[in-house]
Design a protein around this ligand. Structure first.
Ligand SMILES: [Mg+2]
Length: 563
């Protein structure tokens, strides 16, 4: 039996050799060249299959010293044909399964060939701090965490101002008209409206119920996949926009953790894909609630997003003085020593003397495109005197400027087969750095699902959208959240007391229901099934999901009376 366990390119292979030595395996060193160490293990029968260490296999360098813990190290299955031949062989199998502990003291002289540097200490140093970070809050704790409107940091409390403009309204109405199934315009006194009003008079009870329910839709994985329509998404919106038995608009809003573009650009794109009107007044993306922060801060650092799109978003939100990392790098390139700054970036940035500028808050609007630069600048600001770059505060913790994150997703699905790191991962990295440097936890506010701030904001949006639709500024009693992600859509909805519907068209691929965050109203094949089931519960099993222009309200009234 020959084992090739070391590769000169990778020192990790050498670590395994020390481990094998430590475990007392009987072996003979048969050959060493500059790249390979080959060991013979005579006690192993040649009739047995040959488990083989791959040179690329990670031999458990992440395993804690002394006590290899099951599940801690990367595993590789070697098949059931590997049996324990002897104690030593058993030890080898243990090593294969659990990884090799790093020797606490290396005695490379025993081999005289391969040096194995023990490089654990920096990692151990970091993990010491990581362990001291607060554990991820449970569902209940999260609702009471600092990431809420009750946080110590300044949080907007002012009433949300309607952003409804006559232009937007006209567009929405045009779009609404275009989806009416009878092709008639919805102007006051149109034949369809007269008929609708008569039908609604007959079914007054159902109308009351329809106005007392509402839907909150996650977008990606529920209504669309990126730029692709999920057909049931279009059907559902047509039904909620009036293609139903009562010809009534059933209120619905959109709640997404997406970010990086102004709301108007997103809703235009969505309206096109969904063939239904989506107004900015019924739309919340991760940074939408941060609009209200413009009342509190004049000069802010806005981080993340493509190019300068997030600066545009912040301008649109009413922030008066917006700094982005590129402005700072253009002013002093040495602040980000590893950044390659192009002439084009320099030309489009707005440098000034930032030692004279007091940046009052940090707003991470979207995913960082350059972790190194953004983290460096944020850390500099968090440690500075009143947000002035180039200074270090005497008491950096008490003088620290606030930091806000638009959402907390750690991973996000992309076209890459393995999900990519998202804003939550960036935040955790910052928190670890802050803790390592300052010795205290970084206080911050996180928006987006499933944070409480976003749900409170959703209530305001819902109430004002109700006013737009039905002239009643209130939050309906029966709210249904429809989402594809148990860890954000469902847990947040559950905590906020909404009915939650999990659909199978996106992230969730599980069994009957999600085990950790089960949807309380149920799991559905798609958004149409979820919405129609909810409507039947609120409006009756006989509720019809199309508008019939030939309906005779008088006959319907009689039929209804007979029933
Ligand atoms: Mg989703």
């Amino acid at each position: 039996m020959v084992l090739c366990i070391a590769n000169g390119r990778r020192l990790r292979g050498g670590a395994s050799l020390h481990g094998a030595y430590k475990y007392g395996l009987p072996f003979e060193r048969s050959k060493i060249d500059t790249n390979h160490l080959i060991i013979s293990v005579p006690s192993y029968s040649t009739k047995m299959s040959h488990p083989m260490f791959s040179p690329d296999f990670n031999f458990g360098v992440n395993t804690p010293p002394e006590s290899p813990t099951k599940g801690h190290a990367p595993k590789r299955s070697f098949g059931s044909h590997v049996h324990k031949k002897s104690d030593s062989w058993g030890s080898l199998i243990d090593i294969l399964e659990h990884g090799i502990p790093i020797p606490t003291s290396l005695n490379s002289g025993a081999f005289g060939a391969i040096e194995v540097p023990a490089t654990r200490s920096p990692e151990a140093h970091v993990s010491q701090y990581m362990n001291a970070l607060p554990a991820p809050p449970s569902a209940k704790e999260r609702r009471l965490s600092r990431n809420s409107f009750g946080a110590a940091l300044p949080i907007p409390r002012s009433k949300r101002q309607s952003r409804l403009s006559s232009v937007t309204f006209a567009n929405v109405q045009d779009a609404l008209s275009s989806v009416e199934t009878d092709g008639a315009k919805t102007g006051v006194g149109s034949p369809r409206n007269i008929l609708v009003s008569q039908v609604q008079d007959v079914y007054a009870e159902k109308v009351r119920a329809a106005k007392n329910m509402a839907f909150v839709f996650d977008i990606d994985g529920v209504l669309v996949h990126g730029d692709r329509l999920i057909p049931e998404g279009r059907k559902v919106l047509e039904m909620l926009n009036g293609n139903n038995q009562l010809g009534i608009k059933i209120p619905h809003i959109f709640l997404t953790n997406g970010s990086g573009k102004p709301e108007a650009a997103r809703t235009e794109q969505l309206s096109r894909i969904l063939h239904n009107p989506v107004s900015t007044d019924q739309f919340i993306q991760s940074h939408t609630p941060m609009r209200a922060l413009a009342e509190y801060y004049k000069t802010v650092l806005v981080v993340g997003g493509e190019g300068y799109r997030c600066r545009e978003v912040a301008e649109e939100y009413g922030f008066k003085d917006i700094v982005v990392p590129n402005d700072i790098v253009a002013w002093d390139p040495s602040i980000a020593p590893y950044r390659v700054f192009t002439e084009e970036e320099r030309a489009s940035s707005r440098p000034r003397d930032f030692t004279k500028v007091e940046i009052e808050a940090i707003m991470v609007f979207s995913d960082s495109r350059d972790y190194a630069t953004d983290m460096q600048i944020i850390m500099d600001l968090l440690r500075s005197r009143k947000g002035r770059l180039g200074t270090v505060a005497a008491d950096p913790v008490s003088e620290r400027i606030p930091i806000y994150f638009s959402q907390g997703d750690i991973l996000c699905p992309t076209e890459h087969p393995i999900p990519r790191m998202s804003q939550g991962a960036f935040r955790i990295g910052l928190e670890a750095m802050y803790k390592a440097l300052m010795g205290v936890d970084l206080e911050r506010v996180v928006y987006g699902k499933p944070e409480l701030a976003t749900y409170k904001y959703a209530d305001e949006v819902m109430a004002s959208w109700m006013e737009n639709l039905h002239g009643e500024e209130r939050v309906p009693e029966n709210i249904y959240m429809v989402g594809d992600n148990p860890a954000s859509d469902i847990v947040g909805g559950n905590m906020y007391g909404w009915n939650t519907c999990l659909v199978r068209t996106g992230v969730f691929q599980g069994g009957e229901n999600d085990e950790e965050n089960p949807a309380n109203f149920g799991v559905f094949a798609n958004v149409w099934e979820a919405v129609t089931t909810a409507c039947k519960k609120q409006l009756g099993d006989d509720f019809k999901f199309t508008w019939d222009n030939r309906v005779n309200p008088v006959l319907h009234g009689r039929a209804s009376a007979v029933e």
